[in-house]
Design a protein around this ligand. Structure first.
Ligand code: CAA
Length: 257
């Protein structure tokens, strides 16, 4: 499909989405949201794809929601259209999505990265929730997801002062899973996604579902949920193949899609 604000490609079993509004530092407008959701849904529906990477440019993953698009919106419109609710569809993707972040990931850009399953950052990455400087607050999940990632004190600091966090601080705080040299960012993220895509797809999807459940429920319910998913995996060929391959000291060949 032809997109205006993103570029999509496949690298083996990995779907790669590059945000592509360079003149606006990949600011997230309604068009980019629609295209991103369409691309992710397309990759999720494609049995040949096992994981997705979302990236931006060297300068900006995304510098936030599009301020120029938002500027004139009225309270009545924001409320009645439930402005930003469309991003919930992005978070409903069931295949893993890795955010590969270089440069600015601010406001909605930081929030989009946090909607992905994990973040690999270039050493040039800068994260922030600067909405307070615009007279608003995060609206795509920043106050909730950032707090879960980095804890109350740092999330308050970021949301109340609007300051940026560099890649080293983001890794120290648990916001990103790893930091890599900027020149290797996309290659490293695609390599991680390719590794995931080679595993049993139902196991991968259940692992994602189980980890996400930890944010939504009590420990007792989460443990029960995990155990039930674990039990169900014994119905798959991939469990037989994975364990047989270990015993026979060979590489498994997972076939459940
Ligand atoms: N929305 C719309 N346009 C944006 C944008 C945004 N969030 N961020 C940057 N741009 C545009 C600039 O207006 C500029 O366009 P023009 O050339 O037409 O003037 C172009 O991108 C390049 O930007 P700068 O000239 O500002 O580049 P810089 O290198 O000097 O600064 C920056 C980079 C520090 C990221 C700066 O652009 C900036 O502060 N951007 C806004 C960051 C921000 O406040 N983000 C939060 C948005 S609100 C939000 O996201 C709400 C939410 O919770 C979802």
């Amino acid at each position: 499909m032809d997109y205006e604000t993103i570029i999509t490609e496949t690298r083996g079993k990995v779907g790669l989405i590059t945000l592509n509004r360079p003149k606006a530092l990949n600011a997230l407008n309604s068009r980019i949201l629609a295209e991103l959701v369409s691309a992710v849904n397309g990759f999720c529906a494609d049995p040949g794809i096992g994981a997705v990477v979302v990236t931006g440019s060297d300068k900006a993953f995304a510098a936030g929601a599009d301020i120029k698009e938002m500027q004139a919106i009225s309270y009545a419109d924001a409320y009645s259209q439930d402005f930003f609710v469309g991003w919930e569809e992005f978070t409903r993707a069931r295949k893993p999505i890795i955010a590969a972040v270089a440069g600015y990931a601010l406001g909605g850009g930081c929030e989009l990265a946090m909607m992905c399953d994990f973040i690999i950052a270039a050493d040039t990455a800068k994260f922030g929730q600067p909405e307070i400087t615009l007279g608003v607050i995060p609206g795509m999940g920043g106050s909730q997801r950032l707090t879960r990632f980095v804890g109350k004190s740092k999330a308050m600091d970021m949301c109340l002062t609007g300051r940026m966090m560099d890649a080293a601080e983001a890794e120290r705080s648990g916001l990103v899973s790893r930091v890599v040299p900027a020149a290797e960012l996309v290659e490293e993220a695609v390599k991680a996604a390719a590794k995931i895509a080679d595993f049993s797809l139902p196991s991968v999807m259940m692992a994602k579902e189980a980890v996400n459940r930890a944010y939504e429920t009590t420990l007792a319910e989460g443990l029960r949920f995990e155990r039930r998913l674990f039990h169900s995996l014994f119905a798959l060929e991939d469990q037989k193949e994975g364990m047989a391959a270990f015993a026979e000291k060979r590489k498994p060949n997972f076939t459940n899609r």
